[in-house]
Design a protein around this ligand. Structure first.
Ligand code: XMP
Length: 494
């Protein structure tokens, strides 16, 4: 069977998969290997990426994604020239968890408690190391030291735990050494100092506990959560990339609606030249030529999807696009086992994740699947909804999901509040805005997806995600059932 012929013109809901004999004892994400390549150098334990959309991924979402084994991409939907807010989101993620913190946040003993509180709130950390002069350790100041303090103009020195009452570790402790020292002395914070008492790091009990509690988390080599950020392909993108890299971003995403373009060629070539070692995901494309174009210019992963996204109107407004399953198969065939693919958009039910990953995606990028969750950015609005049985109106909380090319998102980015509706139409919106009912944290949503993916692996007669994709690619005819209109209704219309 020629897979490309079979999926031509088709997408997820055009197929079912034939069940095979199961070879796993339990459908358990704790024991089934779901790891996948995000880029040529980064592997995730869960094949999920949250979309760089300003109603989907900011720090809160990225933290949950990374804690659960995926990764979030912070959008660039901040106004042009406004690089700092995006950098701040990246820093929030990077400062959420550590192994050993090599560069803990510090403050001077003469600073005021108000200064200290501002630093803690801005960086969302609960501990500041007090240093004077040449990084000399003077004490520790924690959130608790600031509780119930009336006079915030007092100095940090007046409330800190001074050096002579602290347990410290001399030298660069490993996590095991730090855990032992903290257990022996029953302390929750352990500053690391060099022979002359200068601060060289900090370990917190909370971090060590989190490392053990979250075994699938996506971490860098310092134990910090990994995070990505989108930079675009015009304007301030190079400066933005430099700042994000300085803040510790793990992967950059050059993300434009049509990635097979001279604009992308220029941007990707320039980014590669200036930042040769950073991981760069480039997109979006939906054809073999487009995928090769990006891989040949140094993309560390290629993002696939022209128009399948939930908040997206590209196909309606331009008649261009490729059905997402066809696009995934075509791009995989073009790139072989080289550069990984991120299958971006169009996943409306959990089962489609398995299809995307079997047909050639290495990871999936999800937007609307995480809309309306606690971690999705944006205000909550209450709308009246009629109860179906009684027809009584009730107030239901919603959050907004909007396409990044929607008029509303463009308006915010460009700061064109005064522009008339007609001017904005001329910009050529390719996205829309929808309200999504609130539905709790994204964490159980992702966990549930992974349970369902394990069930797909079980039905597919495989022992891991990679094994499932390998078996499918070796003999797609054994799996794929092309649906008729009525069998499609029987399968997916609920
Ligand atoms: P889902 O289906 O998961 O898709 O919501 C998320 C992806 O949709 C894309 N996206 C857009 N595409 N106009 C578009 O043509 C838009 O306004 C828009 N906003 C998001 C994007 O690739 C995202 O990851």
């Amino acid at each position: 069977m020629d897979l490309l012929n079979v999926v031509a013109g088709c997408t997820f809901d055009d197929f079912l998969l034939t069940p095979q004999m199961s070879i796993v004892d339990r459908r358990d994400p704790a024991t089934i290997d779901l790891s996948a390549r995000l880029t040529t150098s980064l592997t995730l334990k869960r094949p999920v990426v949250s979309a760089n959309m300003d109603t989907v991924t900011r720090a809160e979402m990225a933290i949950v994604m990374a804690e659960e084994g995926g990764i979030g991409i912070i959008d660039r939907g901040f106004r042009p020239g406004d690089i700092e807010p995006q950098v701040r989101e990246v820093m929030k993620v990077k400062r959420t968890q550590h192994g050993v913190i090599p560069d803990p946040l510090t403050i001077s003993p003469e600073a005021t408690l108000a200064d200290a509180r501002a630093v803690m709130e801005r960086a969302r950390v609960g501990t500041l190391v007090v240093i004077a002069g040449d990084w000399h350790l003077e004490g520790l100041l924690t959130e608790r030291d600031l509780q119930f303090v009336g006079d915030l103009s007092a100095t940090v020195a007046s409330r800190m735990t001074p050096r002579n009452r602290l347990v410290t570790f001399t030298g660069r402790a490993t996590e095991a050494e730090a855990a032992l020292a903290m257990a022996t002395h029953r302390v929750k914070k352990l500053p690391l100092v060099d022979q002359s008492g200068r601060l060289i790091g900090l370990v917190t009990a909370r971090d060590l506990v989190r490392q053990r509690e979250l075994p699938f988390a996506t971490r860098d080599d310092q134990g910090r959560l990994r995070v990505g950020a989108a930079i675009g392909a015009r304007g301030d993108y190079l400066e933005r990339a430099a700042e994000l890299i300085r803040a510790g971003v793990d992967v950059l995403v050059i993300d434009i609606a049509h990635g097979h373009s001279v604009v992308m060629e220029r941007a990707l070539t320039e980014v590669r030249k200036r930042f040769p070692v950073v991981d760069v995901i480039a997109g979006n494309v939906a054809t073999a030529d487009g995928a090769r174009f990006l891989a040949d210019r140094g993309a560390s992963a290629v993002k696939i999807g022209i128009g399948p996204g939930g908040g997206c109107t590209t196909r309606l407004t331009t008649s261009f696009g490729v059905p997402q399953l066809q696009a995934i198969v075509e791009c995989r065939r073009a790139l072989g086992d080289g550069v990984p693919l991120v299958a971006d958009g169009g996943i409306k039910r959990h089962g489609a994740i398995a299809l995307a990953l079997m047909c050639g995606g290495d990871t999936v990028m999800l937007g609307s699947a995480f809309a309306g969750t606690t971690e999705a950015p944006g205000d909550i609005v209450h709308k009246s909804v009629l109860l179906p049985e009684s027809q009584k109106p009730v107030k239901v909380p919603f959050k907004v999901l909007r396409g990044m090319a929607s008029i509303e998102a463009i308006k915010d980015r460009l700061d064109v509040e005064d522009a008339s509706a007609v001017d904005l139409q001329a910009i050529g919106a390719e996205g829309m805005e929808v309200s999504v009912p609130l539905r709790g944290s994204a964490r159980p949503v992702l966990q549930e997806m992974m349970k369902h993916l394990c069930s797909s692996i079980s039905y597919g007669g495989a022992e891991s995600l990679r094994d499932l994709a390998r078996r499918f690619q070796a003999d797609p005819g054994r799996y794929l059932v092309r649906l008729t209109e009525s069998s499609r209704r029987e399968s997916y219309d609920r």
